[in-house]
Ligand binder design. Structure first.
Ligand code: HEM
Length: 257
């Protein structure tokens, strides 16, 4: 199909002049998506520290609360970080929604189009729409919870959330959605901006390898929190404190860590 036909079919030929805005918004969408994907890689490793033990996860959580700088936890620091992530998330969602099929008819046309083309990347795009749609709700709820109750992040707090608060099915679906969405998104970024000359088969294999890695790590992490939550169910709500950080112990031993 020639570019002229495409322009006519998209109804752009009637425009008085070409606008640069769609391209600018596209860059904003790509940059915000990249930032979120990089954040998610870090996030998955931080959350997965529970696999290394309660103390490690507790130390990482306190680190983000400034414990090792101020000698005291300030959960509001986490709230500020979450608010920044939420702003990037909202910008990304706002840019992405421009491209969503806006009614059932458009979705049907797109599906028929994708079916007739049988083009892998077009099929991946529709998955991007479904998983992105799911994350509108799920990531918003998760971010809200993290922002408003940052003090509940820790081995027992997070385990209780998964098990006693019954949120593990929510996290399971969100994990699948975010990993598929992030993997496809990074692949599309690579094809679009970075490595258009590298074979798509290579990029796709890389994408699936990264997705598989984070899904396996994510499932193991989820299982670990469920186990912690299950074992802690009778003490729901009690936070975890390593023995060395308990006030009386720290006072006796002179621990300043
Ligand atoms: C700064 C912002 C964020 C913070 C502080 C944060 C923190 C956490 C924490 C502490 C957990 C462990 C469970 C819990 O305590 O409830 C968790 C799990 C999870 N978060 Fe986030 N999160 C943030 C942003 C996001 C975003 C934007 C997403 C994307 C949708 C996301 C997706 C997930 C998923 C899928 C899990 C489950 C991981 C697994 O089971 O392996 N988080 N998060």
């Amino acid at each position: 199909m020639s570019s002229e036909t495409l322009i006519i079919q998209a109804g752009l030929s009637e425009r008085p002049r070409k606008s640069r805005w769609p391209a600018k918004l596209d860059i904003l969408q790509s940059v915000s998506g990249l930032l979120l994907a990089l954040f998610m890689w870090g996030h998955m490793f931080f959350v997965a520290t529970i696999l290394l033990g309660y103390d490690t996860m507790w130390e990482v959580s306190r680190f983000f609360e400034g414990y090792y700088i101020f000698g005291k936890s300030h959960p509001w620091i986490v709230s500020i970080v979450v608010a920044c992530v939420a702003v990037i998330f909202i910008v990304h969602a706002a840019m992405a929604v421009r491209k969503f099929p806006s009614n059932y008819r458009q979705l049907k046309v797109f599906r028929a189009h994708a079916k007739s083309m049988r083009h892998g990347d077009t099929t991946l795009w529709i998955w991007q729409v479904y998983t992105g749609f799911a994350m509108f709700f799920m990531a918003s709820a998760h971010l809200y919870q993290m922002m408003v109750w940052p003090q509940n992040i820790g081995p027992f707090g997070s385990g209780d959330r998964m098990w006693s608060d019954g949120l593990w099915p929510f996290y399971l679906v969100m994990l699948l959605a975010v990993e598929l969405h992030g993997g496809i998104g990074l692949y599309r970024l690579a094809v679009k901006w970075c490595w258009p000359n590298v074979s798509r088969t290579f990029l796709k294999n890389l994408k699936w390898a990264i997705t598989a890695f984070f899904l396996i790590l994510g499932f193991a992490t989820l299982a670990a929190y469920m186990k912690v939550g299950y074992e802690h169910r009778l003490h729901y709500g009690e936070p975890y404190t390593p023995i060395w950080a308990e006030p009386h112990h720290a006072a006796v031993e002179g621990v300043t860590k």
